[in-house]
Design a protein around this ligand. Sequence first.
Ligand SMILES: [Cu+2]
Length: 362
Amino acid sequence: MRYLGMVLLGVAALFTTTMALGAADQANKAKAAAEQGAVTHTEHVESGVAGGATESFAGQTAEDAETIAKERKPFPAELPAAPEGDVAEVNLVVVDKTVEIAPGIQYNVWAWGETAESATALGPPIHVREGQLVKFRITNEGSIPHSMDFHAARIAPNEAFKDVMPGESFSFEFVAGDPGVFMYHCGTKPVLAHIANGMYGAIVVEPADLPPADREYVLVSSEWYLDSPGIDEPANLSMDKARAMTPDWVTWNGYAGQYAQHPLTADPGDTVRFWVVAAGPSLSTDFHVVGTIFERAWANAAMHDPQIGPQTVTVPAGGGGVFDVKIDDPGTYPFVSHSFASVELGQVGILKVGEPKGGSSH
Ligand SMILES: [Cu+2]
């Protein structure tokens, strides 16, 4: 219970109000800053001196943070269906965008998505089956070069993972011959900046012989390094903080505490499978579900060799892991990185099993 108390205290702290600013004023400033921010940011990163701030903005949220968090639609964690047949077509568009990474915290990212409109930081979860041919196309509608590095591919990186100039598209294909969950990311230099600015995601390569699961969720861990609080105007990357590995926020699927506010769900007795990637850019995640023990854990996504019954498993930066839990008792079960500084910085969600009795009084 002490753990749960700590976790929920952490969740509550996420929504602590620290600054007063009218919402309309904030929106206008964000819009104006977004219009200028991309250029400024680009210049900074290209010159390698993006945002020199080292002061921590951890835990600072907008005045109406709780309302914002409640009303915001969470990033979809459900594993999408894999395409039928022998070919999986994946098309991603890259755009400059301002997104929210915590309640009321705006940040200028390099986003990608299936369309420019749907693009966000992180990219969408991709699901293919082992053996499928992945036909991939990247279209760069951003202002600087970008690229794609699929960890699921065995391919010459100098040919496939090359920079794509603004306004251009590039295609390559690979056979998804190795099952697991893999990171994908932009590999353009400085890679630290491109990953820190949202250019990452997860691709699930599902083996044919995996035991069935009732619910399947994809979780990507990542950290954010801000050059300002991101409240009065959108934050940009602080390269100094990124180099020092001192994040302001650490998130599941790009947004602090979103699944604490909007829990993932399961029925009692369900087998729930988490496909987890640690995108970093630099920190690993020590995956743990409070109140249960993993039925099976495919550490490092080595799908031929599950571990039975571990409590916490490290997912390294740039790596993946697959985790099954089976929970019979209704309740709210937090999932965290058990490196608890990450929980303090926003990396906590809730798996709600059944209809838990009462509130979260403990
Ligand atoms: Cu990039």
